[in-house]
Design a protein around this ligand. Sequence first.
Ligand SMILES: Nc1ncnc2c1ncn2[C@@H]1O[C@H](COP(=O)(O)OP(=O)(O)OP(=O)(O)O)[C@@H](O)[C@H]1O
Ligand SMILES: [Mg+2]
Length: 265
Amino acid sequence: MSELKVENLIKVFSHGRSKHVVLNDINFTVNHGEFLSLLGPSGCGKTTLLNIIAGFSRPSGGRVVVGETLVSGPGTDRAVVFQNYALFPWMTLKENILYPMKLQRVPPNIREERLRELLTLAKLEGKENLYPYQLSGGMKQRTAVIRALACRPRLLLMDEPLGAVDIQMRHKLQEDLENIFLKDPVTVLMVTHDIEEAVYLSDRVIVMSACEGRIIADVPIRLKRPRQRRSRQYYQIVCYLMDILHSDQGEGVSKGMGTGATFSF
Ligand SMILES: Nc1ncnc2c1ncn2[C@@H]1O[C@H](COP(=O)(O)OP(=O)(O)OP(=O)(O)O)[C@@H](O)[C@H]1O
Ligand SMILES: [Mg+2]
């Protein structure tokens, strides 16, 4: 069953008389429970696409369907995790997590139960009364993820969620994220330009062209979890995706590969 359908999506930004086509007929679906990464170089339109799916921005053409519903604006069926965490600085960790549940009028006893469950999941027990400025980058990131999961969205959208941390912390957080999603399953669409991160976390990786606003590859990743970063197959997939990104000159790769999966791992 597909949880998200992106159909013939087009986004054009106008600058005076000139027009910039950022997304050019994008089509893909994300299945229930799938973790899909959208991989592409800076400026290729990843955030633009995510913002349209989140309902923050309108497409110039085409449509987005979540479940059975046509997206026409933001909704509680989708939750977004931003790169800069976007926690409320005046609220404690606990208040940050309870806030969306209050907005959605979840009964207080269920709120408290879900809060405990999420704190355990993200290994944040005992930290609930701290304010964001008292948390490490990793703690803030995990708080942002569990806050997004609090009301059990159909779809979790993440834009470069680990972009702000160093490589060691990044690996650790990737492992934490995987654990959270294995225990609290959700359908995820993550935007990243980190190939290794996409391979570590995803069931499928969609690669976007640097300048044409198109999908140039759709690669299922069927490696067993947790993934072994030093395994041969893992390394092969990373290299395969790297080759696609490096050989993308706007048309070279796309002509040869089309948008279907040409290789699966
Ligand atoms: N509101 C806007 N008005 C005009 N142009 C925009 C707007 N938002 C984005 N763009 C342009 O659209 C293109 C894609 O931007 P986008 O932010 O989606 O890229 P990205 O793939 O997320 O890049 P990064 O990896 O650096 O975050 C860029 O050329 C950008 O300048
Ligand atoms: Mg972006």
